[in-house]
Design a protein. Sequence first.
Length: 232
Amino acid sequence: MPEATRRTALVIGASRTLGLALATAYARRGWDVIGTVRGEQRTGLHDLADSDPDHVSVESVDMTVPEQVAALRARLADRTLDLLFVNAAVTRGDLPIGEVPTDMFTEVMTTNALSPMRLVETLGPLVAPSGTIGVMSSSQGSVSLNTRGGQDLYRASKSALNQLMRCYAARRPDDPRTLLLMDPGWVRTELGGSQAPLSVDQSIPGVVDTIEAHTGRPGLHYVNYRGETVPW
């Protein structure tokens, strides 16, 4: 693809599993991909960049540190993004909310809800009017689908992320860009566990196809990797 026509994706949290697979998929489709890692340790993203330096570059940022997010924004100031996708989440076990320590609550909410939205707010201006801003959500963020309980804190953090993304969209009713809350399905990762029914290779192609299918559709969409709407 000629360089002038290549699209650019910034994937936050691309060192492994879902994020790395997302960066890989876009590189294979001919996009320029900027992937981020946390810290200096070598990751699968570095291997991908070494194998495909024409399409993939690596940036370092700890998204929970606002100063690092601002520095990333400054380094990318001359870039125009067609896709900003924030992939980050932690879980700290399945505790009833009354047993969750305050420091654990703060950590999970900061990582899963506050920090992704800080990134969206800070880096969003780099996204082209025809572009897409997406964050990795989950069906566990759906209030109406929660009929069994469990994973109280993780569910709450994803619901908070959904609400904050809704606030972002509501403040920008005339924004022509696509805004996505993406449910990748229950995937076998460190976070998803070994009992999850989907492999990364089953989830991510659908995620990319769904993102592409929503290009040019303004407003906020809460969808899964099959392109289906997830109920709030």
